[in-house]
Write a protein that binds this ligand. Structure first.
Ligand SMILES: [Zn+2]
Length: 122
């Protein structure tokens, strides 16, 4: 694995855990859900060009769909072969309503990390 690949993987992993993709600093959000301004440690500018945050909304959608599909698969496996609608629907509804809110901060740092890797490659 080359140094550039390792570095890109590290940037993505930092973003996936809600840290600054550039330096790994934590506590970027405070009480707000929105990542904006600069990193308190490395001063990376989180506000990219106009439309930058559309990518984080897309990332949030992708993560929520993956989590929702996992919930449906797990509930199907747990209830097999006596599948019933309500026990399968209830966890899926809870995940469907809670995960977009819960995953939004991580979606922002993950999208910022992907954007940083893409810009680095150019
Ligand atoms: Zn930083």
């Amino acid at each position: 694995m080359s140094d550039a690949t390792k570095s890109n993987l590290l940037i993505i992993l930092r973003g996936a855990v809600g840290s600054c993709p550039s330096c790994g600093a934590r506590k970027l959000f405070g009480s707000r859900m929105r990542l904006s301004g600069k990193c308190p440690s490395c001063e990376m500018d989180f506000d990219g060009p106009p439309g930058h945050w559309v990518g984080s909304v897309g990332m949030n959608t992708i993560l929520c769909v993956i989590l929702l599909l996992l919930t449906i698969v797990v509930s199907t496996l747990l209830l097999w072969p006596n599948l019933k609608v309500i026990p399968m629907l209830l966890p899926a509804l809870i995940v469907g309503f809670v995960s977009p809110i819960f995953l939004y901060p991580i979606s922002q740092t993950l999208w910022t990390a992907i954007d940083l890797v893409i810009r680095k490659e150019k």
